[in-house]
Ligand binder design. Structure first.
Ligand code: ZN
Length: 257
């Protein structure tokens, strides 16, 4: 990232925050211009802070960032889309938190990705207006996996390369792929996946959101897809934790104070 700016106007979505020092907060923000950044918002826990009401989780805001030594300093914030219902309704809060956690954990700092930014922006709006949560969450998962390089292979067997036929199959997180019945039986960590669940995933992988959300699938299929995505996503996250680098930066920041 170029260092030749002092202050930059960005648009960002707050993913999470935690208290920092006496009156500050440390925020994880996904910005349209810089990707994910860590920024300190000074004084926001004081009663009269003008920034405070614009930096709650899931809020989309126009922000002014200055580059600090270890973190960005957030000097101004003005909400564009407050998404109040996403914090007042516990169910919505849980779903929005899930999107924020996936986005946070699957991205590295300062890797701009405007497509991911738009995906997050639209997904929060879809949740807020009451779209079916399965459509919103699974569409988000599939597009996120595309963007971060883990698009699951659902057309061919990940081991023998044969085209996947319309029958029950297996899915292997380690291969990031569907496996044909013959190969799947030989892979102990592969999970069975029904034809219906595979159809659902393929539909979400190739469709626009408007097309994807029109699909009608049985509750059992939705439950199977949810379990399968959980299996795949947690497999990927365990092999790519980012927290060690973050802890290192906290240490560096503290040793400079
Ligand atoms: Zn095979």
């Amino acid at each position: 990232m170029a260092e030749n700016w002092r202050s930059l106007r960005v648009e960002g979505i707050t993913l999470r925050h935690k208290d920092w020092g006496e009156a500050d907060r440390l925020l994880s923000i996904f910005t349209r211009e810089l990707g994910k950044v860590q920024a300190i918002a000074k004084g926001v826990r004081k009663p009269r802070s003008r920034k405070a009401g614009h930096l709650e989780p899931f809020m989309r805001a126009s922000m002014l960032l200055a580059r600090g030594r270890s973190f960005f300093i957030l000097t101004q914030a003005e909400a564009i889309d407050a998404h109040i219902p996403l914090r007042e309704d516990l169910t919505l809060l849980g779903r929005a938190s899930y999107l924020a956690e996936l986005l946070d954990r699957f991205t590295f700092e300062e890797e701009a990705n405007p497509a991911l930014y738009r995906l997050m922006q639209h997904s929060l709006t879809r949740l807020e207006r009451g779209d079916h949560p399965a459509a919103v969450l699974h569409f988000f998962e599939m597009r996120l996996l595309d963007q971060v390089g883990y698009r699951p292979q659902l057309q061919r067997c990940g081991l023998c390369g044969q085209e996947i036929r319309p029958q029950n199959q297996f899915f292997s997180a380690a291969h990031g792929s569907a496996l044909c019945p013959a190969c799947g039986e030989k892979e102990p960590q592969a999970r069975p996946v029904s034809l219906q669940a595979l159809k659902y995933l393929r539909h979400f992988q190739r469709s626009t959101y408007a097309e994807a959300r029109r699909a009608r699938f049985a509750p059992a299929t939705l439950a199977e897809v949810e379990a399968l995505m959980y299996y795949y996503l947690t497999y990927l996250l365990e092999s790519s934790l980012h927290s060690p680098a973050f802890i290192q930066r906290i240490r560096q920041h503290k040793s400079r104070r």
